[in-house]
Design a protein around this ligand. Structure first.
Ligand SMILES: Cc1cc2nc3c(=O)[nH]c(=O)nc-3n(C[C@H](O)[C@H](O)[C@H](O)COP(=O)(O)O)c2cc1C
Length: 313
């Protein structure tokens, strides 16, 4: 399958595995890249030492291109950027902060830059500053989210920019991927679908809770703190949302939210931690190797696109 994203990254299929703090390490990134898509190591919340070790492991497992997701507001962002540049990583996705000041350094080291942007205005700004592509991520996504849906972002942003647009948020099968391509996307980014793989390190308790969940089982916490976080409804979300509704102070909410992703993903506490996952829950129902996930999605996307071509116009 050939699109502007496959050309840009030198990959076989226009799929990026979204960077996921505590859930996308070397094994997952390498398996996704070996399957013909683009894997990403999630550097959010991690030390430079950890990242260096994961990059070394990934390079030992694949010769294909892979990326690193950099959280720009991390206290150690300069160290992470330095490592990415020294290691000549194929590309970065950049979120949570202003990506523009980092473009020059990445480009000087041959690293392609793909910021995650929430609006037309920011999409144009990063394009004009030299971004190689962008990710637009709708509020259907797992993890930290904005306020626009994937469909609204595709409608608003894609016709306004010239660089390739990668669409994320609620895309977990080939039909949804085909829909994004029909809307003019150059590719898709998926997070939740890649959690349910044999290579993802997320705790088995969290994986099983995702499999058991259906369409209305996720909730968004934190809108009152300025940024929502989507995850599965549980004791934590119930308690947190009650405190948000009661107008609890920001300090209290920040303390309550801190560490909940790790608690679920690593420790397997799926009641007091937050299992971050997107809304396409009914199609997230089996754990497979990345190779099978990518092959199934591509087969389904091809069938959906071929079927769309059969519609009598
Ligand atoms: C568990 C989890 C952790 C995530 N962590 C990050 C992160 O550290 N940085 C980031 O830019 N996006 C993060 N995301 C968003 C993903 O990269 C991706 O854009 C999103 O999962 C796409 O929507 P989907 O979950 O419906 O596939 C995370 C998503 C999940 C599910």
């Amino acid at each position: 399958m050939k699109t502007r994203l496959t050309e840009l990254l030198g990959i076989e299929y226009p799929i990026i595995q979204g960077g996921m703090a505590w859930a996308s390490e070397a094994l997952l990134a390498a398996a996704v890249s070996n399957a013909g898509a683009a894997g990403i190591i999630g550097a959010g919340g991690r030390t430079g030492e950890w990242l260096k070790a994961e990059i070394a492991k990934t390079k030992a497992l694949t010769e294909k291109p892979f990326g690193v997701n950099v959280m720009l507001m991390a206290p150690n962002v300069d160290e992470i950027v330095e490592i990415v540049c020294q290691e000549k990583i194929a590309f970065v996705t950049l979120g949570a902060g202003n990506p523009v000041p980092f473009f020059e350094k990445f480009h000087a080291n041959g690293v392609k830059v793909i910021p995650v942007v929430p609006s037309v205005k920011l999409a144009k700004r990063v394009q004009d500053s030299g971004a190689d592509a962008i990710v637009i991520e709708g509020m259907e996504a797992g993890g930290h989210i904005g306020t626009q849906t994937t469909m609204a972002l595709m409608s608003n942003v894609i016709p306004q920019v010239k660089i390739p647009v990668v669409v994320a948020g609620g895309i977990s099968d080939g039909r949804a991927m085909a829909a994004a391509l029909l809307m003019g996307a150059a590719g898709v980014q998926m997070g939740s679908r890649f959690i349910l793989t044999t290579e993802c390190n997320m705790h088995e308790n969290a994986k099983q809770k995702i499999i058991a969940a259906t369409d209305t089982d996720s909730a968004v916490t934190g809108y009152s703190r300025g940024h929502g976080v989507r995850g599965l409804k549980n004791s934590f979300t119930e308690m947190f949302l009650a405190r948000e509704r009661a107008g609890a102070p920001q300090d209290e909410l920040n303390t309550m939210a801190t560490g909940t992703n790790k608690k679920a993903a690593i420790e397997g506490d799926v009641e007091q931690g937050l299992v971050q996952v997107g809304q396409s829950l009914n199609v997230l129902n089996d754990i497979k190797p990345c190779q099978d996930v990518v092959a199934t999605i591509i087969k389904e996307a091809r069938a959906t696109l071929a079927n769309a071509c059969n519609i009598e116009l």
